[in-house]
Write a protein that binds this ligand. Sequence first.
Ligand SMILES: Cc1cc2nc3c(=O)[nH]c(=O)nc-3n(C[C@H](O)[C@H](O)[C@H](O)COP(=O)(O)O)c2cc1C
Length: 210
Amino acid sequence: MQLDPASLTPEATYRLLSGLVVPRPIAWISTLSPTGVVNLAPFSCFTFVSNKPPMLGVNIGRKAGRRKDTGAHIHHRGEFVVHIGDSSQLEAIHESSAEHPEDVSEAALLGLATVASDTIAVPRLAAAPVAMECRLSQVIPFGETGAEFVVGEITRFHLREGLMKDGKVETLALDPVCRIGGPNYATLGRIVTLRGMAQTAKSVLGSGQA
Ligand SMILES: Cc1cc2nc3c(=O)[nH]c(=O)nc-3n(C[C@H](O)[C@H](O)[C@H](O)COP(=O)(O)O)c2cc1C
């Protein structure tokens, strides 16, 4: 089967890409409205883009041409928190994507407690196993729908006790969830371990981190 992108609507292309680019990790993002309401929503067009300094990127679309609350708040304050939720939080992650007016806090609505962050004004979720405080670095618009790739520099990592062992994240203990197409999710399946491959040091200074 062949498909010509030029013949596809933005909606059909979204369905296609979100079915093909799988599984996607989920950035569960809190932001603060101009009046101080904590907004929460999931975003699965998500990756990291730099390790020194550590930077995350997430693609935020629009609703009827208008910025989503998350995008608008990030533009306004230049701060956000990216959480990684675990499988016990899957329903809350999903429910936090429901559309609410800006003065309604999805975190409060879902009974999710927040705590103050260390480096930014935006609070983080108390129960998430991972929270990464971010300061806005760049906003890069793409395409014809007004989508923006938002890049933030991580200013603090918070990891639940027991998640790191010998400097590495215990993936099974993290128990992350991912998005497939539509309202479909997956948890970790079989983990396959192959031989380690020698890699040239990432830093030109030869700091040698693997
Ligand atoms: C698991 C999941 C992943 C999502 N990923 C994205 C995404 O990457 N980009 C996006 O613009 N919307 C994404 N959405 C939709 C937003 O979460 C949704 O539009 C939400 O209402 C935005 O909330 P806000 O207006 O409070 O920012 C996703 C929804 C779900 C359930």
